[in-house]
Ligand binder design. Structure first.
Ligand code: SAM
Length: 253
């Protein structure tokens, strides 16, 4: 699909020219990079750790054979470190993100885990991956896809770089569907999270964006249709914590 300079997309609740979104997203993550992990724990009460563990359990990385994992929009490296912790010694990972400040934090975490020889770090764009076709057994993207301006382009790239028989897993916020929890979650999101963001990172605006971007992300049915349109097979999703988040899965067959 071709795009023109006049095409728009959303940045939180605002509509912006398609070509401006990435720059704005980059500003958000430059601003919060050093406090990003701490904020995740504070905002979710540690729940994001359980969601990421569920992603790793679904991926079931190989214990004995060679295994190549690509984590896109991998930021501070939480997913690659968890995945390699669950995988066998022949597993390797590629951590890709567009933002050098997020990757710098990731580099420290990977070194602290003693995994620097098994993880390559690449600064790049999910919409245009710098890898040959059919390179990876597993593609993951956690809390990343809603930040990418052209989601269809990122999904097409995910499909392209997966081997035949490779797995796609996307962990993303979803739409709470438990009566009562939905209202509490709404109030928490719009009142508590930006305040927490201001206190911890000095940047409430970035956390307004976070909350708003979650509301603009397509629901599970629409996102599943996008995965099928990108040619993924056996598309499914697993709700987490009352559908606050969900794992979307598909295969390249
Ligand atoms: N996956 C990590 C995690 O779960 O903690 C980080 C998620 S963070 C909310 C979103 C990440 O997406 C940021 O590190 C940001 O730089 C990255 N990102 C945004 N647009 C991107 C793009 N077009 N290509 C690659 N990464 C992108």
């Amino acid at each position: 699909m071709t795009t023109s300079a006049r095409d728009t997309t959303h940045f939180g609740f605002s509509d912006v020219p398609l070509d401006e979104k990435q720059g704005r997203v980059d500003d958000v993550f430059h601003s919060v990079a050093r406090r990003y992990d701490l904020m995740n724990d504070l905002m979710s009460g540690g729940l994001h750790r359980a969601w990421k563990d569920a992603l790793v359990a679904m991926a079931a990385p190989a214990k004995t054979t060679a295994f190549r994992h690509l984590d896109v929009a991998g930021g501070t490296g939480d997913i690659v470190v968890r995945m390699l912790g669950a995988a066998g010694p022949r597993a390797e990972a590629m951590l890709l993100d567009i933002n050098a400040d997020m990757l710098a934090v990731g580099r420290d975490r990977i070194a602290a885990a003693g995994l620097q020889h098994r993880v390559q770090i690449v600064q790049g764009n999910a919409e245009n991956l710098p890898f040959p076709a059919r390179s990876f057994d597993l593609y993951t993207i956690a809390f990343g896809i809603r930040n990418v301006p052209r989601i269809e382009a990122a999904l097409a790239e995910a499909y392209r770089v997966l081997k035949i028989g490779g797995r796609f897993l996307c962990l993303e916020f979803s739409s709470v569907d438990v009566p009562g929890l939905d209202r509490a979650y709404e109030a928490y999101s719009f009142n508590v999270i930006p305040t927490l963001g201001r206190v911890v990172t000095g940047d409430a605006e970035s956390y307004h964006y976070l909350v708003e971007s979650i509301r603009r992300f397509p629901d599970a049915a629409v996102f599943s249709a996008m995965l099928r349109a990108a040619r993924f097979a056996r598309v499914a999703h697993r709700p987490l914590s009352g559908n606050i988040a969900a794992i979307h899965a598909g295969w390249r067959l």
